[in-house]
Ligand binder design. Structure first.
Ligand code: NOJ
Length: 847
C-alpha cells in the first residue's frame, strides 16, 4: 500500500492521504533557521541550535503522536463548524482520495463532513498542504526564504460555493521558551517567565530565559486582525483543559486578546473573512526571530527596551516585504533555483528509475539535512542532548562535499577544534559554542582523516591542511547546568566563544597525524586498537582492555589516506613511510589475530574472549569489520571474497543486511547496551542502514556489481514506496534502522532522516556503483554495475568543469574500464585530469 507518489519533474513527494503510518516530515531552511514540518503541519522551529534557541514547542511522544505545529483553523461563522486545512489538529473524517466530491456543499453543523482532496507536497525546502472542506478550498505553502531567519505560511483560500462564505480564520503556534531543556522540565520556573503580547497584527514572544539570550520571536499576518490570543489557556478555554482539536476561541469564533505574563505564551490571530462566490484570497503569516535586542542586561530589560521603535520598524519592514505575494513568489523561485543548482552538480540517468529519483533528488537533499543537523534535531532526536556528533558529522561530509564545499571546509575545521592535544576528541559538540562533551570513543578521530581526504579530493584545496586550529580542553566535559537562573551557573555561549583561551594550536595536518598516533598508542594485548567506551557501534560496550577489529581496519584505511594525501600534496614526504609502515603492521595483526575462518572477528573482550566469532553462541558474525577489511585492503583476494560471501550468506535479508547474527537473546554485561535491545531492533541485529553501503562499497572493490546493486536496492527507501504500510517511515529518505527478521515487525523502519545512511549510500552509489570518484589527480572513472545494464549517463561538476559522462557496457560486464575518450580523445588511464577551464566536456567510457 502506498500513501503517495514521487513527482520528479517538480522534485516533490506528494502525499495523498493525511493519515500516514508515522508523521512524514520535511526540513525547511538551508542554513541557521530550521523548521521541521510534518504532512499535517506538525513540527517545530529553531535557530542554529535546537536546544538553546528553540522557537516553537514540540511534544515528543505525545498522544496524538504529532503535536505542536503550524496550525490554522477555518470556521464557518454561519454554522459554527470549523476545520484545519492540514487535517490536524481538528482531525476531521478523511474522504478517500479516489472518491469525488460531487456537490460543493456548505459546512454543516456537525462534524459529518469529510476533508477531501488532501495533498501534501514535500518539496526541497518547502511544503504545500492543500485540502477541501465544506466547499472551501485551501492551500498553504510553508517555506523559509534563503538567508532569512523566518518562515512564511502563505494561505490561498477560495470559496467555490454559490453563496458568500463568512469565515473566521485562526492561526496558532505555541512558543518554546528558547531553552528546550528547561522548557520541558523546569516548570516551577518556566510557567512564570513566559511573555508574549500583540501590537497591531504582530505578536511578539519576548521571554527572556537567560540574560544572554538575545533573541525574540514575532508572528504576524498580512490581514487586519479581529482579535488575538497570546496565552494558551485563554485560547483553549476551560482553564486550558480543552485540546487543540476544539479550542474555545475557535468554537466561539473569536480570540480574547489575552497577553502572556507567565504560563504558556502562544500566538493566535483571528481574522474575519468574507469570500464572495468564486472569490480567492491570499493571507500570509510570517513567523521569525531577531536577535538584535539593544540591551541584553536581562533583569532590567523591559518590553519597551526590547522592542524599541527602531527595531520594530526594522521588523515591520521585513514582515511587510515577506507579505508581498510578488516577493513570496520571487523567494520561492530563488529557493527552487538554489536547489536546482545544488542538485545539478551531480545528475544521473541509469536504467533504474528508483536510483535516479534517489540520487538526483532525495538522497542529495537528505545529505544536506544530515550535514546541517547531524543526529541532533528530528522527530526522533529531541534536539536537547547530543549536539553535533563527531563521527557522524565527519561521515556526513562525504555526501555533501560536492554540493557546498565551503561549508564542508568550515565543518572540518570546527570538528578539529574539538580534538584534544593527544589526538582523541570529544564525541559531540554544540553548534553554537563549538564546545564538546563526552569522550573515550575509539573511532571518532579517525573519521576526520576520511572527511578531510574526501574534501581535498573534491576541491583540490590542500591549503586546508595548513589551517591552524586550537585543540580542545578535556575539562570542557563539565556538564552545562540546566537551571540558568543562578548567576554563577549562567551559561552564555557567546561569551564562551569570546573568552575561550586558545590553548595550543596546530595545523589541521598535525591534528590528523595525532589522530593516527592516538590510535596506534592505544592498543591492547593482541596489538589491535582499544575499543574504549565503544567504536562506531555505540552499543557494543566491551570490558576494559577490549580491542576493536573494526577500528583496526578503519585505522589502516586512515593510514592509507594519509599516505596518499601527502604524496599528492608533495609535502612531508618523509612521513609517508611512517603511515605506510603502520598500515602494513596493522594489516598483519588483523590477519593474524582477527581472522575467524570465514569472516573477521568483531573484537576481543578485555579477558581475551573473541566477540563475533564462530565460538560465540550469539553474535557470531558482525557486519562492521567485514566490509572495512576489504575497503582498507586488509583482506586480499580469496579471503576478501570469502569475507563478503559470509556477509551475504549469514546477514543479508530481503530488506538489507542485518548488523549481526544470531541476535542476543538476553542482557550480557560483557557486551553492554547492545544486548538490552530486543532481538531484531537497533544494534541488536536490526538492518542498521548506515553500514549497509559499506558492504556495497566492498562488493564494488571486489568487482561484484550485481551483488552491490542488490544490496543497494534492498535498502533504498524509494523502492519501498509501494509497501509503505510495512516500512512506515518516509519513502523519500533513509531511516536509521529497519527491524530485522527476528522481530515481528520485520521490515518496519525507525528513526528517519538523520542517519549516516544518507551520506554513505550516496557515496556508495555515485562513487562506487557508478564509479565517478573524485581523487587528488582528477575524476576517476571506475564503475561497478549490474551486468545487465547496457549504459548510463552522469553529469558531474568537478572543481570548475562540467563533465557529461556516458558509460556503455556492450559486453554485459560489471567492472573493468576498457576505454575512455575525453572530448573525443582516447586517454591511457582512468583519471580525467581537471581542465580547470569551467567548460563542458564529453567523456565516453566503455566497460
Ligand atoms: C547512531 C549514532 O549516531 C552513530 O554515531 C553510531 O555510529 C550508530 N548509531 C551505531 O551505533
Amino acid at each position: 500500500m502506498r500513501f503517495g507518489y514521487f513527482d520528479n519533474p517538480s522534485k516533490e513527494y506528494v502525499i495523498t492521504q493525511p493519515n500516514t503510518p508515522l508523521p512524514w516530515i520535511n526540513y525547511l531552511g538551508c542554513d541557521e533557521y530550521c523548521a521541521l514540518i510534518s504532512n499535517t503541519a506538525g513540527g517545530y522551529s529553531f535557530l542554529g541550535d535546537p536546544r538553546d534557541q528553540r522557537i516553537l514547542r514540540y511534544r515528543y511522544d505525545n498522544i496524538p503522536f504529532d503535536r505542536g505545529g503550524r496550525y490554522l483553523y477555518i470556521r464557518d461563522d454561519d454554522s459554527g463548524e470549523f476545520f484545519s486545512p492540514t487535517w490536524q489538529p481538528t482531525n476531521q473524517k478523511i474522504q478517500n482520495s479516489k472518491s469525488k466530491i460531487l456537490n460543493k456543499s456548505k459546512f454543516s453543523n456537525s462534524k459529518s463532513q469529510t476533508i477531501s482532496n488532501y495533498e501534501c507536497r514535500h518539496g526541497l525546502g518547502y511544503t504545500i498542504i492543500s485540502s477541501e472542506y465544506g466547499g472551501i478550498e485551501s492551500k498553504i505553502t510553508y517555506f523559509v526564504p534563503l538567508g532569512e531567519n523566518l518562515e512564511i505560511w502563505r494561505l490561498e483560500i477560495r470559496n467555490p460555493r454559490s453563496e458568500i462564505a463568512k469565515l473566521s480564520l485562526f492561526s496558532f503556534v505555541e512558543f518554546c521558551l528558547w531553552d528546550a531543556v528547561g522548557d520541558s522540565s523546569n516548570f516551577q520556573r518556566t510557567w512564570s517567565i513566559g511573555k508574549a503580547h500583540c501590537e497591531e497584527n504582530t505578536i511578539y514572544h519576548t521571554t527572556l530565559y537567560n540574560s544572554w539570550m538575545n533573541i525574540f520571536a514575532y508572528f504576524s499576518t498580512s490581514e487586519k486582525i479581529h482579535s488575538f490570543d497570546c496565552q494558551r489557556r485563554d485560547f483553549l478555554g476551560n482553564y486550558g483543559y480543552n485540546s487543540l482539536e476544539a479550542p474555545l476561541a475557535v468554537v466561539r469564533g473569536n480570540c480574547s486578546n489575552s497577553v502572556a505574563i507567565g504560563w504558556a505564551p502562544i500566538g493566535s490571530h483571528c481574522v474575519k473573512l468574507k469570500l464572495e462566490p468564486g472569490e480567492k484570497k491570499t493571507i500570509v503569516f510570517v513567523l521569525g526571530v531577531s536577535n538584535k535586542i539593544p540591551n541584553n542586561k536581562s533583569q532590567k530589560t523591559n518590553k519597551s527596551q526590547i522592542l524599541n521603535s527602531k527595531l520594530k520598524n526594522k521588523i515591520h519592514k521585513k514582515i511587510r516585504k515577506f507579505q508581498d505575494p510578488k516577493i513570496i513568489e520571487k523567494e520561492l523561485r530563488k529557493l527552487r533555483g538554489y536547489w536546482d543548482d545544488n542538485l545539478s552538480r551531480l545528475q544521473i540517468e541509469t536504467p533504474d528509475q528508483d536510483m535516479n529519483t534517489s540520487i538526483n533528488i532525495w538522497n542529495s537533499y537528505q545529505c544536506m539535512q544530515t550535514f546541517n543537523w547531524s543526529r541532533y534535531a528530528s522527530y526522533y532526536e529531541a534536539g536537547i542532548g547530543r549536539g553535533m556528533g563527531f563521527r557522524d558529522s565527519c561521515q556526513d561530509t562525504l555526501g555533501f562535499a560536492h554540493m557546498i564545499p565551503d561549508k564542508v571546509r568550515a565543518r572540518i575545521l570546527d570538528l578539529a577544534r574539538v580534538q584534544f592535544e593527544d589526538g582523541s576528541c570529544h564525541h559531540q559538540y554544540s553548534p553554537i559554542t563549538k564546545k564538546g562533551t563526552l569522550y573515550n570513543y575509539s573511532d571518532d578521530q579517525l573519521w576526520l582523516i576520511l572527511a578531510t581526504a574526501n574534501y581535498i579530493k573534491e576541491t583540490g584545496d590542500f591549503g586546508i591542511l595548513d589551517e591552524e586550529v586550537a585543540f580542545a580542553k578535556r575539562q570542557e566535559l563539565v556538564p552545562a547546568p540546566i537551571g540558568h537562573y543562578n548567576k554563577s551557573e549562567i551559561r552564555d555561549p557567546r561569551s564562551e566563544i569570546k573568552s575561550k583561551k586558545q590553548i595550543p594550536k596546530a595545523s589541521l595536518y598535525e591534528h590528523l597525524s595525532r589522530a593516527i598516533d592516538y590510535t596506534w598508542k592505544h592498543r591492547g594485548k593482541h596489538g589491535l586498537p582499544l575499543s574504549l567506551f565503544s567504536d562506531w557501534n555505540d552499543c557494543l560496550n566491551l570490558d576494559e582492555g577490549a580491542e576493536s577489529v573494526f577500528v583496526a581496519c578503519l585505522f589502516v584505511e586512515a593510514c592509507r589516506e594519509m599516505e596518499k594525501m601527502l604524496r599528492a600534496a608533495g609535502n612531508k614526504l618523509h612521513e609517508i613511510a611512517k603511515y605506510h609502515k603502520l598500515a602494513e603492521k596493522m594489516t598483519k595483526i588483523v590477519n593474524a589475530k582477527a581472522w575467524d575462518g570465514k569472516w573477521f572477528k568483531r573484537a576481543y573482550n578485555g579477558d581475551g574472549k573473541p566477540v563475533g566469532s564462530k565460538k560465540c553462541s550469539e553474535g557470531k558474525i558482525f557486519l562492521e569489520p567485514q566490509p572495512w577489511a576489504i575497503i582498507s585492503g586488509v583482506a586480499k583476494r580469496k579471503r576478501a571474497k570469502q569475507t563478503m560471501d559470509s556477509v551475504f550468506v549469514k546477514l543479508f535479508t530481503k530488506y538489507g543486511i542485518r548488523l549481526l547474527t544470531p541476535a542476543f537473546q538476553r542482557y550480557y554485561p560483557e557486551y553492554g547496551e547492545i544486548s538490552t535491545y530486543p532481538p531484531g531492533l537497533k544494534e541488536n541485529a536490526s538492518i542498521f542502514c548506515h553500514p549497509n553501503p559499506w558492504a556495497i562499497v566492498a562488493e564494488c572493490v571486489l568487482g561484484r556489481g550485481d551483488r552491490a546493486f542488490e544490496y543497494y536496492k534492498a535498502i533504498l527507501p524509494v523502492s519501498q514506496n509501494n509497501q509503505a504500510h510495512i516500512r512506515k517511515t518516509e519513502p523519500y529518505v533513509y531511516c536509521q534502522m529497519v527491524a530485522g527478521p527476528n522481530h515481528p515487525d520485520f521490515g518496519e523502519g525507525k528513526n528517519s532522516w538523520l542517519t549516516g545512511s544518507a551520506a554513505w549510500n550516496y557515496m556508495a552509489a555515485t562513487q562506487f556503483i557508478l564509479g565517478i570518484k573524485p581523487d587528488y589527480e582528477g575524476l576517476v572513472i571506475d564503475p561497478c554495475v549490474p551486468k545487465k545494464w547496457k549504459s548510463f549517463t552522469v553529469k558531474r561538476v568537478f572543481r570548475k568543469d562540467t563533465y557529461f559522462i556516458k558509460v556503455n557496457n556492450p559486453k554485459a560486464k560489471s567492472k573493468g574500464v576498457k576505454l575512455i575518450r575525453v572530448d573525443g580523445r582516447k586517454i591511457n588511464n582512468r583519471v580525467i585530469t581537471p581542465f580547470g577551464d569551467g567548460r563542458e566536456h564529453i567523456i565516453e567510457v566503455e566497460i
